[in-house]
Design a binder for this molecule. Structure first.
Ligand code: AMP
Length: 192
């Protein structure tokens, strides 16, 4: 099963993905974490990514898709992935569909974490990451609205979107997500 966690910065995708990885055996793949790893190791990709990350902008699609293609080819990915922070543009979503199709797979669900904007700003202010300063936070929320939010309609049209209330305790939210994923794994028998 391949699942995309969709939602604005601060909606809790990373926290939920960590927890779901432990509970489902799906592998958490975060493009933000992969970029930060490259950055920490000082690779060429890390140096390039940094210029975009510092501004709150997106790293170019080709670079990001190549990194994901590489990650999905690694052999720990047996039961599927929980994608966190990818795709973030329609072009990335199209590339992801192609990438999975080549492997005879598809996206089984896109979980949209819905969180009130003020809650997001408060959460991001409390995190203390290098790109969590007020100016970058504002830029990242704007980039989300312009480039990533269109994916809500994109996946809704394809019947994959599942909306989940992203407010409450970590446990409440993960309970909601797991219920959604279980319903997809064990669809109720058709009545006809
Ligand atoms: P995140 O940890 O998901 O909030 O990502 C941190 C930063 O990494 C983002 O603000 C972008 O600069 C970059 N990034 C992460 N994922 C992507 C993606 N799918 N496409 C482009 N840039 C990304």
């Amino acid at each position: 099963m391949n699942v995309v966690l969709l939602g604005p910065p601060g909606s809790g995708k990373g926290t939920q993905a960590e927890r779901l990885q432990r509970r489902t055996g799906l592998i958490h793949v975060s493009t933000g974490d992969l970029f930060r790893k490259h950055l920490g190791e000082g690779t060429e990709l890390g140096v390039l990514a940094r210029t975009f990350m510092d501004r709150g902008d997106l790293v170019p699609d080709e670079v990001t898709v190549e990194m994901v293609r590489h990650r999905l080819g690694e052999d720990d990915i047996l039961r599927g992935v929980l994608l966190d922070g990818f795709p973030r543009t329609v072009a990335q979503a199209d590339s992801l569909a192609d990438l999975l199709e080549e492997r005879g797979e598809r996206i089984d669900a896109v979980v949209l974490l819905e969180v009130d904007e003020q809650v997001l700003v408060d959460r991001l202010a409390g995190r203390g990451r290098a790109d969590d300063n007020p100016e970058t936070v504002r830029a990242r929320l704007e980039v989300y609205r312009d480039q990533t939010e269109p994916l809500v309609a994109y996946y809704d049209e394809r019947g994959a979107l599942r909306r989940v209330d992203g407010e409450g305790t970590v446990e409440d939210i993960s309970g909601r997500i797991e219920a959604v994923l279980q319903a997809i794994d064990n669809p109720s028998p058709s009545k006809c």
